[in-house]
Design a protein around this ligand. Structure first.
Ligand code: ATP
Ligand code: MG
Length: 152
């Protein structure tokens, strides 16, 4: 189905703002208008997962930023968060089911390690790509891209 991505992402972010505030975080969006041809429920799962992680693996006073832009025939969405980040040795396992970086850290926030595995599966079913773009001790950025629905 045809999905207005800006509307969908802004709705999700509005819904997540309460949780962000509870963790003493600010959640900002800067999203371009774009129409993608995808399954709406899948997109909701993917982005709730990423934003939920960006909130859980953050630090009080931190930030979550959801940004999007178009590049050639794709729309790219960045979900960025402050926090302790993902160690390089964890990168290759990040999208495997049940993988969590640190058991103690996940127990605190109740993670089962399924979120990213599901997000990857759903993204690829929509002909999209999901990856960890960058992570250091300041910022972690996940990038998701989908082909744009173009007029024929
Ligand atoms: P679930 O999503 O099933 O509730 P989860 O959040 O632990 O559990 P994933 O979303 O698959 O599982 O993430 C896997 C692990 O990757 C997390 O446990 C966490 O250690 C790490 N991680 C994921 N996103 C981030 C992030 N934005 N910043 C830092 N670490 C992250
Ligand atoms: Mg998760």
């Amino acid at each position: 189905e045809q999905v207005e991505l800006k509307r969908l992402l802004e709705d999700i972010c509005d819904r997540m703002k309460g949780k962000a505030a509870k963790f003493d975080l600010t959640l900002h969006t800067n999203i371009k208008e774009a129409v993608v041809w995808a399954d709406r429920e899948s997109l909701i799962h993917i982005f709730i997962n990423l934003i939920d992680n960006a909130i859980k693996y953050n630090e009080p006073g931190g930030k979550v930023e959801v940004t999007s832009y178009t590049l050639e025939n794709s729309i790219i969405v960045d979900v960025a968060n402050t926090g302790i980040g993902i160690p390089p040795e964890a990168e290759e396992k990040l999208f495997q089911p049940f993988f969590t970086v640190n058991k103690d850290r996940s127990r605190l926030s109740g993670g089962t390690g399924l979120g990213l595995a599901l997000a990857k599966d759903l993204t690829e079913k929509q002909k999209g790509v999901i990856k960890l773009h960058h992570s250091d001790s300041k910022w972690t950025i996940f990038k998701v891209s989908f082909p744009l629905k173009t007029e024929k």
